[in-house]
Design a protein around this ligand. Structure first.
Ligand code: UD1
Length: 372
């Protein structure tokens, strides 16, 4: 932990938590706003170490201009119980020594729930960024994490009206809920210019709009070879017209290796990319195929067609107001939607959802200060 220093009584002390890849781009803009506000806030950054590979973690700190974590719990991979329990055990002493006014957690990964639970039991206030999202599918570990973290949180910072409505239905008092918009879009807008410096397109020999981008990592899609095989059969057809680049999560690479499945011709697997290379890749794609949550939002923000290889989404606004289509893992549906996108030619980007304006982090920090 950073050296102890004199604490001003009017100072708001915030402990920010990150653990896994999709957390970094949500916390980076918040740290920047906290720093800009100078002496009003003091803050620390804890990395649980849920993601630890250079390309899953350190590369994002670098691209997003984040300071190194003050504390790295180094918990690594494991079963859900192991991972959650290890984060809890390691996080408790951190909270006991740095008694923050707020523990700020983001998203829906195991680290989010584990840290919120420890904080709530120590009677420390929890703010949850990206509160209220629901897929209504409890087989997704993230759905359990979302529901429980929202029950524990004192301040629920939501990205969209559907999230507010979900919380209302679950009996969360309205005064705990503040709609701040989508903080992931803050990072996206912040990095748009700098991502142009990335050389990923020439490195891969790709011309703009002449390729698709695939990401896959959900256990429901990658752990079962029969499901992977079905997805691959649709990709094989799409890739006849549109080559597909596939930056693969380490878990996905491992599952494909174990299954003995062969990638279809025209689908090229590459290592996971950092934030800027990946942004520069997908923003120039003809379409994105994914089971990620964040990418459904990012493609909506830039008007890139997105086929989501899931049956549900906790981000319905991307379907209602954005460029996202839910296609599941049925090969016919994937193929039909893929062909439709290819036929459609250039689509005009829809207007951005309300409060996806690059200023969500400012509203988050204002909400924290208002509650001190
Ligand atoms: C986690 C989140 C998921 C998020 C995803 C983004 C949970 C329940 N899941 O899933 O919501 O969309 O991160 O990537 O928190 N591994 C590595 N290197 C790493 C990290 C993981 O090789 O740096 C491998 C390990 O084999 C590990 C597996 O990936 O067992 C799964 O990692 P884990 O953190 O458990 O979940 P993700 O699938 O990454």
């Amino acid at each position: 932990m950073a050296a102890a220093r004199k604490i001003r009584s009017d100072e708001v002390r915030i402990l920010n938590v990150v653990g896994a890849r999709p957390n970094f781009m949500k916390v980076a803009p918040i740290l920047k706003v906290l720093d800009r506000q100078g002496g009003r806030f003091s803050h620390r950054l804890v990395h649980t170490g849920q993601h630890y590979d250079e390309r899953m973690s350190a590369a994002f700190f670098q691209d997003l201009g984040m300071p190194p974590p003050d504390i790295d719990l180094g918990i690594g991979s494991g079963t859900h119980a192991e991972q959650t329990a290890r984060v809890m055990l390691a996080f408790e002493p951190v909270l006991n020594s740095y008694r923050p006014d707020w523990v700020l957690v983001v998203g829906d990964v195991n680290s989010t729930l584990a840290c919120a639970l420890v904080a709530a039991k120590l009677h420390l206030r929890v703010a949850h960024v990206e509160a209220g999202l629901r897929s209504f599918d409890r087989r997704m570990p993230e759905e359990i994490n979302r529901i429980l973290t929202d029950q524990l949180a004192d301040l629920l910072l939501t990205p969209s009206p559907d999230a507010d409505e979900n919380l209302r239905r679950e009996g969360i008092p309205a005064e705990k809920v503040v709609r701040v918009g989508n903080v992931m879009i803050d990072s996206l807008f912040d990095q748009l210019e700098r991502a142009k410096e990335s050389t990923i397109l020439p490195r891969l020999g790709l011309a703009e709009r002449s390729f698709g981008v695939l990401t896959l990592h959900r256990p429901a899609n990658v752990d079962e070879p029969a499901t992977l095989e079905r997805v691959f059969s649709a990709l094989a057809e799409i890739a006849r017209d549109l080559p597909i680049v596939f930056p693969a999560h380490p878990r996905t690479q491992a599952r494909i290796d174990e299954s003995g499945l062969v990638l279809p011709a025209g689908v090229t697997m590459i290592e996971p990319l950092g934030y800027r290379d990946f942004l520069q890749l997908w923003r120039h794609a003809r379409m994105v195929l994914t089971d990620s949550g964040g990418l459904q939002e990012e493609t909506t923000a830039l008007g890139i067609p997105c086929l989501t290889l899931r049956e549900n989404t906790e981000r319905p606004i991307t379907v209602e107001q954005g460029t996202n289509r839910l296609v599941g893992t049925d090969p016919d549906r994937i193929l039909e939607a893929g062909r439709e996108v290819l036929r459609a030619g250039h689509e005009v980007a829809p207007p951005l959802p309300d409060l996806w304006d690059g200023r969500a982090a400012e509203r988050i920090v204002d909400a924290l200060a208002a509650w001190k």
